[in-house]
Design a protein around this ligand. Structure first.
Ligand SMILES: N[C@@H](CCC(=O)N[C@@H](CS)C(=O)NCC(=O)O)C(=O)O
Length: 214
């Protein structure tokens, strides 16, 4: 049965599911959900995902949205790759970091991405200094947690690469464009550099045309 990913590759949430598919070697068809054209609001797409947000997955009559759920679904197709550990505590650990990504890390990064990248990309005006300040505060709070956790660990969940690395690492694809203040977070920079060397990472990065600076 063929698997379709509806995604807008420049977005970190799309990057997350695409990089996992590439790392696992899962065959998929990409249907561009072009956010610049409002594809996410079309009646067809809304029937697939009533949130009118990408990414979404379709496989036969099965439809799934929420990027971390999609990543779990993909990982379960190739359990031998170990992106989702087999043991209960290992699974809980990965899931914990996926939840933390959705609730804490991504929302912090997203403020800076919106103010410094998305607004310019969509002609939405200059960054709002109040929002940028809020984004910086949240970023530092979250980055302090992640950086401290990564000390002494090669990957987020220890010695093995898991979905947690892909979930949390996806936002780093915006680090330069959104000027994430990473100077004092050497562990995040070390871990991000390791992720950037993965073949699947390079392949997915190549699909992420950088937003044009105006
Ligand atoms: N929690 C969702 C977030 C999805 C999301 O916010 N997608 C954004 C792209 S970065 C979107 O499609 N935005 C379109 C819109 O809000 O109109 C996930 O991880 O899948």
């Amino acid at each position: 049965m063929s698997l379709t990913l509806h995604a807008f590759p420049p977005s970190p949430r799309a990057f997350k599911v695409l990089v996992v598919a590439h790392h696992l070697g899962v065959d998929y068809k990409l249907v561009l959900c072009d956010l610049t054209k409002g594809d996410q609001k079309s009646p067809t797409y809304t029937a697939l995902n009533p949130n009118q947000k990408m990414p979404s997955l379709e496989e036969g009559d099965f439809k799934l949205w929420e990027s971390n759920a999609i990543c779990q679904y993909l990982a379960n197709k190739k359990p031998e790759a170990g992106l989702m550990p087999a043991d209960e505590r290992g699974r809980a650990d990965v899931t914990r970091w996926q939840f933390w990504e959705s609730t804490t890390w991504d929302p912090a990064c997203a403020i800076l991405v919106f103010e410094r990248v998305v607004k310019r990309f969509f002609g939405g005006g200059a960054p709002d200094p109040v929002e940028v300040e809020k984004g910086l505060q949240r970023f530092h709070r979250a980055a302090g947690v992640l950086d401290g956790h990564l000390k002494g660990r090669k990957h987020v969940c220890g010695s093995q690469l898991t979905l947690a690395d892909f979930a949390l690492g996806a936002d780093l694809t915006m680090a330069e464009a959104a000027q994430f203040p990473l100077e004092n977070y050497g562990e995040i920079r070390r871990w991000g550099a390791m992720l950037a060397e993965l073949p699947a990472w390079k392949k997915t990065r190549a699909m992420q045309a950088p937003p044009q600076r105006s």
